[in-house]
Design a protein. Structure first.
Length: 101
């Protein structure tokens, strides 16, 4: 009976290890505004908030108003520059943060 439990536990552990290795990574430097707006790669809201924080950190801004920081600023920027849908969303985030100086 105990040998069966050991084999079962080993099988579960190997399944768990495979699940951990199945993580997906995304290169943020290659995401375009079009992909961002379509939500093709990940949740646009989460990515927009992350990009805002990244761009602010890169500019050395450590104080931000949490009520003014929304992913909508980035969405609005990408939509208003719809002729540049192949623009990288990281560049758009830098432009949005730069406008908040």
């Amino acid at each position: 009976m105990k040998s069966w439990l050991i084999m079962f536990g080993t099988g579960l552990a190997s399944i768990g290890l495979q699940a951990v290795q199945a993580q997906v990574t995304i290169d943020v430097t290659k995401i375009t505004c079009n992909q961002f707006l379509d939500g093709q790669l990940t949740d646009s809201r989460t990515l927009g908030i992350w990009l805002n924080g990244y761009a602010n950190g890169a500019r050395g801004k450590t104080l931000i108003d949490p009520l003014s920081v929304t992913e909508n600023n980035l969405i609005d920027y990408c939509v208003s520059h719809n002729n540049m849908l192949n623009m990288l969303v990281l560049d758009a985030a830098r432009n949005v943060v730069g406008a908040d100086k």
